[in-house]
Structure formats: structure tokens, C-alpha cells
Design a protein around this ligand. Sequence first.
Ligand code: NAD
Length: 499
Amino acid sequence: METLGHYVAGEQVTGQGARFSDVFNPATGEVQARVALASAEEVGRAVEIAAEAQRGWAAVNPQRRARVLMTFVQLLNRDMDKLAEALSREHGKTLPDAAGDVQRGLEVVEYCIGAPQMLKGEFTDSAGPGIDMYSMRQPLGVCAGITPFNFPAMIPMWMFAPAIACGNAFILKPSERDPSVPLMLAELLEEAGLPKGVLQVVNGDKEAVDAILDHPVIQSIGFVGSTPIAEYIYSRGCANGKRVQCFGGAKNHMIVMPDADMDQAADALVGAGYGAAGERCMAISVAVPVGDETADRLVEKLVPRIEALKVGPYTSGADVDYGPVVTAAAKSNIEKLVQSGLDQGATLAVDGRGFSLQGYEDGFFLGPHLFDHATKDMDIYRKEIFGPVLTQVRTQSYEEALGLAMDHEYGNGVAIFTRDGDAARDFANRVNVGMVGINVPIPVPLAYHTFGGWKKSAFGDLNQHGPDAFRFYTRTKTVTARWPSGIKEGGEFTIPVMQ
Ligand code: NAD
């Protein structure tokens, strides 16, 4: 069986630790590889190498650093099919969706090619007599990122591309569920001209994460994953004096107003609810129609669309709408939540239980579920299910629908479907959620805007990618310079103020 190791100092290394984790093919349920789990010592070694490599990399001018990223983009395009196949094999998502995962990461790399512009700094000529003032953005040093299973290409690139563009070295600790693509990305970046040691991949679990959190040389930590782990990493990383940004779980609502185009709303809900088997932090998991008549019309439109969904392995090609979930444990957790929904009084308008796919009986497939008549107190509404389960909560007014999204502890994404511009504008202004869609179900901002939720969906004040990433991966140094023409006789004992 294949053993996946780490990528350290420009080499694939199998690791010295005695611990490994199984990597499944979710479509067949088979273990297809095992991944080494790094020890704290192995993390420490990677940090030493990164610190050494970073000094040289920071001295490379921003335009040359950007050229490495330009070549990296070409290589990503060259190897797109290979990357998508490796991604689908370990994650389970369809091939076009896997290519989308790579593409959304690649778009952030493209944005980071603008590093020379982003890092230009600020300059004030003659801030005082003979005084100039300028601010520089300097790299932090060694940065680290801990990423989730559901976007094994996109999220690592969202972190390491801006970090590297800014002159940092980066240590990536990807999800142990699908480690192949992150390793391939590190190899490609080196082929693009990145010096050895600037990007390293250390696979592992809590032991490696804790070593990252406690290592004094690591200056910043980016995390994307579930909320309990986000909270843990944020508090321990901050307590250790690091710059930390953590992005957590989600429960994204889609409000459907009575005036919405119901076919459009139903199409949007099906794609956003069941795409990638619901394993997206921007998936819509709650449908919130306003008024019972809207709810009935929506269910009528949704049921045939959901029943027609094609579930299958990525190897079936473009004919498949979504694949298996990532592990048997994820499947069983989703099944338990579905059962809790029934026990707590919701009804299943589409019952996906007992789904089995001929020839793939051991795969982690789940049929699509649609709950109706769910209420605020139910677990299927409060918890993130992260599976092909859409939950409808009926409301009687716009204010009630808005309040529902606002009262939920998560605040990653939200959408409203309506033809009424006033309602949409009011919604976008008032809702306490980080990313808002108006007739757009999955409002993931493009690379040159920033991505981040509110409430329990994010911890820290800067978002991912866009201009925030250049702030997160640099620190500001401001220089005040006075030359002899501005120097007066004698010492000054009061605080300088602008007269
Ligand atoms: P997860 O929290 O289980 O794992 C994320 C990372 O944390 C992995 O690298 C994992 O190895 C590590 N980890 C897990 N347990 C740990 C522990 N006890 N101590 C230290 N490290 C630990 O998340 P996941 O299942 O891989 O991903 C799914 C979750 O990620 C969902 O909640 C989803 O909403 C969220 N997510 C959020 C965003 C966002 O931008 N807000 C994006 C994608 C995914």
C-alpha cells in the first residue's frame, strides 16, 4: 500500500514517526493509502528548515517572487486533470467539482501575482520640516496553515500563495483525510522555481497541530475547519502570542420571498444544498420560505429535482451530481442527525435513508434528504450536518426569516431570493452574516475581495485572500526620517505634534 509522507526541504519524506492514518477511497470504502502522522520533533525540524529558507526568500524582490507564482499557475493548468483525479479519489467529489476546487485556489494565486503592487507601502513626503514618513509591509517569517478535508487544493492555496508572495516561508498541515493534492502542490511550486524549504507540507493530527501552536518561531497560524477546533486553535495560538485567523463551521440559510422565481430558487437550492454531498462551508443547509404558500410551492418544485439527483462515484464522469461523503464516520454522524430530526418531529419530504449503489455497497454514499417543518430547537437546525440534507424551516414573515438567520450561532454565508430590490437591500444591510447572496445561493467572493464569516464561523479580524491576506501575512513598519535641513538646535522635551 502507498505511504504518503511529508514534503520537507524539497523532498518527499516518509517520516520517522510510528503513527499513520488510513486514507480511504470514499467511493469504494477501501483504504487506498496510509499517511504518516508527524511527531513534534518532525514539525520542529521543518520549522528550522523554513526559518533558514525564509531569510533568502524574503531577500528576493517581490516581482521575482510573483514570477514563481506565474509559472505555478501555468503548471496548475498543465496538471489540472491529474490534480482533479487525485482530489476526487481521496475526497469523493465529482471531477468537475474537483477541478473547481483547484481553480478557486488558482485564482487566488493569480491575485497574489500582484504582490509588487500590494506590498508597495505608503510614503508621505515632507510630513514635517525635512521629515519624510514611510510605511513598509514586511514578511512575518515562518507562517503555518491547518486545513480541512473539504477543499484540499483551494484552501491551502488561499493560505500559502499570499504568505509566500509576501516573502514568508510556510508550513502546511493539511487534512489527513486527503493529503495527496497538498503534496502535489508543493512539488509543483518547486518546479515553478520556489526555493526548497519555503513551502513544506507536514502531515499529521493533533500532535503536529499542537507542535505548530506551541513553536516559538512560527509567527502566524491560519486555520480552516470545524468551529470547536477553530476555537481551540485560536485561543492556544493567541495565548502563545501568534497572529491567528480561524474559520469555522456554518449553517447557511436561504430566504425565499413569496415574489421569488420559484424555479430559480429550487434550482439554486438543489445545487447549493447537495453539491459536493453538502460538504461545503458555503453549502445552503437551511431553506427559509416566507409564508406557507411559498413553502408549499417550493417543496413542490424541490421534490422532483431532488429525486432526480444522480449519486455516484467520480469515475462515472459528468453524469453524477454528487459523490460519497468523506468517511464512514461522517456518514454515520449524518445518519444519526437525520434520525434525530425525525425523532424531534420534522418530516422527510424526500427520504434518502437506506440508499445503496450497486457495485459500491461499501462506499460512503448517502441519498439526498429534504426535511420540512423543522423548528429552531431541533438538532438538524442547530448543528452543522455537512451532508446531503436540506432542512426547510417555515416562517410567516420577512422579519421572522431574517431573525432566524441572525439568531443562529453561525454566520458564514446567507442568501435571499426575491424580485424586490428594497427587501434585498434591507436584508444585505441588516443581516449579521459575513457573505451575502442576492439571488446567488453560494456567494463565495472572488479572489480580489475577501472571504470570511461572522459569529462562530470565524475568529480573528482579517479575512482570507484579497487585500486582507496581504495584511495578515505582513507586519507594518513605519519609518520617520529627518535630515539635517529639518533639525533645529537643542533637545525637544514635549511630544512632537503637528502645529
Ligand atoms: P476539522 O476541524 O475536523 O479538521 C480541520 C483540521 O484540523 C485538520 O487539518 C485536522 O487534522 C485538524 N484537527 C482535527 N481535530 C483536531 C484536534 N483535536 N486538535 C488539533 N487539530 C485538529 O474539520 P474538517 O472535518 O476537516 O472540515 C470540515 C469543517 O470545516 C466543517 O465544519 C466546515 O464548515 C469547515 N470549513 C469552514 C470553512 C470556512 O471558510 N469557514 C471552509 C471549509 C470548511
